[in-house]
Design a protein around this ligand. Sequence first.
Ligand code: CA2
Length: 147
Amino acid sequence: MTIQPAVLLLSGPNLNLLGTREPSVYGTGTLDDHVAAATAAAAAHGLALRHLQSNRESDLIDAIHSARGTTAAIVINPGAFTHTSWAIHDALAAYDGIVVELHLSNPDSREPWRRTSVVAPVATGTISGFGAHGYVLAIDAVAARLS
Ligand code: CA2
């Protein structure tokens, strides 16, 4: 039996509303669409993918803790927690695998308050501004790092 390396995809607050509002910023795809694309990309690389979306910071932190020692990589779109959550920063700092920070939009090209990410300093790298394609790029980046 082969054990597949695992990737945890985390989606932060309000991302469950994707596809319903602000298509000019976030595209028309739903979160389910993005998870399906990431899952297919992961499978093509022989990676198993698990997804959690939550509007609660504590759920995301608990999932990061659970990934310690069990999961090769975390791909996280922290939503607006990107700009505020030192608690998610600390949880990721205590995680020993690959961390990809992912954004649909390019926060650096938007309001000034979006230009600070407290997650970026503890990420292996960041993918932003490529819309739905970013989910596939993030998984490809994980696979490249693992190989
Ligand atoms: O560009 C991204 O992926 C963001 O992480 C999205 C966050 C935003 O706070 C970050 O600055 C950048 C917001 C996600 C909210 O998504 C909605 C989708 C539809 C309707 C309302 C919100």
